[in-house]
Design a protein around this ligand. Structure first.
Ligand SMILES: NC(=O)c1ccc[n+]([C@@H]2O[C@H](COP(=O)([O-])OP(=O)(O)OC[C@H]3O[C@@H](n4cnc5c(N)ncnc54)[C@H](OP(=O)(O)O)[C@@H]3O)[C@@H](O)[C@H]2O)c1
Length: 194
């Protein structure tokens, strides 16, 4: 049986929502945190409330769901937390560093939860997608071999649900790309328009 619940995840009462899901289901095997907003970088740079809202959605509220999930999985001694971060969180670049910062913060949190849950049988996995053709990227021209379809990401996430982690690049070639991007010295990086 499948039952849907509509929720504003940035405003919901996380503890009571998860407690009621826990009671209805009699335990929780897996939680996927997959919501987020990208925002317009130039607008976010000049509009402090918009930037605060992006951080509240992508980091503060997502962190609250992750921490509540960790408490449940620790208590149960099982359960998998899957969280969608982004390769944008690996290095700040001028075209999207506000979104990137929100995902970087979330990434460190999930890594820490993975470490914590490793002691009790639970798991936490951070999925880091590259470019995916979904509504969040509607305003971007989708050209070139680095763009993936949502189905591809779905398969990576389904796989990460049962093995691997705690950090999964999606698709996996992004690990190498980001290894190189992180290694570029600032003096060279600052000359790019990334
Ligand atoms: N697509 C990419 O290239 C890419 C790359 C890296 C990471 N990601 C991450 O992947 C995740 C999924 O994004 P997507 O690519 O699948 O784009 P998407 O189709 O636009 O999905 C984002 C979803 O988040 C939901 N959402 C936003 N704020 C919410 C809130 N407060 N409460 C509940 N739901 C909320 C949106 O719901 P509504 O439609 O109702 O607003 C939408 O369904 C996001 O975390 C995104 O940052 C995407």
């Amino acid at each position: 049986m499948v039952e849907g619940v509509t929720l504003d995840c940035a405003k919901a009462d996380v503890e009571s929502s998860l407690t009621s899901f826990f009671e209805i289901l009699g335990g929780i095997d897996m939680i996927l945190v997959a919501y987020g907003q990208s925002g317009d970088q130039e607008f976010l740079e000049v509009d402090a409330p918009a930037a605060a809202e992006l951080f509240a959605t992508n980091f503060t509220s997502a962190a609250a769901w992750c921490l509540a999930a960790a408490r449940i999985f620790e208590r149960q001694s099982y359960g998998t937390l899957l969280v969608i971060g982004s390769v944008a969180g690996d290095r700040g670049r001028r075209s999207n560093y506000i979104y990137g910062a929100s995902k970087a913060g979330l990434g460190v949190l999930v890594q820490g939860i993975a470490h914590r849950l490793s002691k009790c049988g639970g798991r936490a996995v951070l999925i880091k997608p590259g470019f995916v053709d979904t509504p969040i990227t509607a305003g971007i021209v989708k050209k070139g071999p680095l763009w993936s379809k949502p189905d591809t990401l779905g398969r990576v996430i389904a796989d990460a649900a049962v093995r691997g982690g705690p950090i999964v690049y999606a698709p996996s070639y992004w690990r190498l790309i980001l290894l190189i991007i992180r290694a570029v010295p600032a003096a060279i990086f600052h000359r790019t328009r990334l």
